[in-house]
Design a protein around this ligand. Structure first.
Ligand code: PEP
Ligand code: MN
Length: 267
């Protein structure tokens, strides 16, 4: 169902009024985790000055360490909804439990499946029963074929609104958090009609590498990026080291523009 050979027409996935996979380059931005109403509203305030498709932020944050901040849970979903109503920005947030699918769909506009859950097949089937858009992140050790088959689970269960996301894979390299696999983006654009986003924040884990890799993502033909940003990255409760501050977010948007336009899209 996700094959371009069988279904050649590009899928467009609507998040709010924005068509991911259309002519406009998609930028989804926001903090790693929802921390407070004030934090998320502050970030939305500068995002709305740009052509941003949606605001991201995790409410459920199972972390590598059980001692790290685990997210605000349903309270975080309420904050997302309030920020969305105030700013007009649609929301993207990660789902970690199949039992949360209906609840989360009431609060957010797009459900993110995290890298660690790419092959959580019950979770894939649960979001497949909804029509809410799904942002499916590639597992850190998953092949491209496995990513496509994970997407196939969701579409086969009845939800065609799937967006793929390359977020970096594990390699022998340790200088960066992950190795952003831009091969995968070019390859996926040929093999599937589903939109493909790039996450340069988790893909590099290094704030100063986010802008160059975002430009590369645009140039290689990605449909957009999902990027982490925070009013005060040093104070972020998670992933601060890879968050852009408001000025850097501004720089990101202006420096990506020529690359987006060279790829035949608008920003
Ligand atoms: C995230 O987007 O904050 C996240 C946890 O990403 P990933 O699942 O790609 O690690
Ligand atoms: Mn993160």
């Amino acid at each position: 169902l996700v094959s371009r050979e069988l279904y050649p027409i590009d899928t467009r996935v609507k998040i709010g009024n924005f068509a991911v996979g259309g002519e406009a380059f998609t930028v989804i931005a926001g903090p790693c985790a929802v921390e407070s109403q004030q934090q998320l509203d502050g970030i939305a305030d500068y995002l709305t000055q740009h052509k941003v498709a949606a605001i991201r932020g995790g409410a459920y944050k199972p972390r590598t360490s059980p001692y790290s901040f685990q997210g605000l849970g349903e309270e975080g979903l309420k904050i997302l909804k309030a920020t969305s109503e105030r700013s007009g920005l649609p929301t993207v947030s990660e789902i970690v439990d199949a039992n949360d699918a209906e609840l989360m769909a009431q609060y957010v506009d797009c459900l993110q499946i995290g890298a660690r859950n790419m092959q959580n097949f019950r979770l894939l089937e649960a979001v497949g029963k909804l029509q809410t858009p799904v942002l499916l992140k590639r597992g850190m050790s998953a092949t491209i074929e496995e990513l496509l088959l994970a997407a196939e689970y969701i579409v086969n269960a009845g939800n065609p609104n799937v967006i793929l996301c390359e977020r970096g894979i594990r390699t022998y390299e340790t200088a960066t958090r992950n190795t952003l696999d831009l091969n995968a983006v070019a390859y996926l654009k040929q093999k599937t009609h589903l939109p493909v986003l790039v996450d340069p924040s988790h893909g590099t884990g290094v704030r100063d590498l986010v802008i160059p890799l975002s430009r590369a993502a645009a140039a290689v033909g990605a449909d957009g990026i999902i990027v982490e940003t925070h009013t005060n990255p040093a104070q972020a409760l998670s992933d601060g080291h890879q968050n852009l501050d408001p000025q850097q977010f501004d720089d990101l948007m202006s420096s990506m523009k020529p690359f987006v336009e060279a790829a035949g899209r608008s920003l």
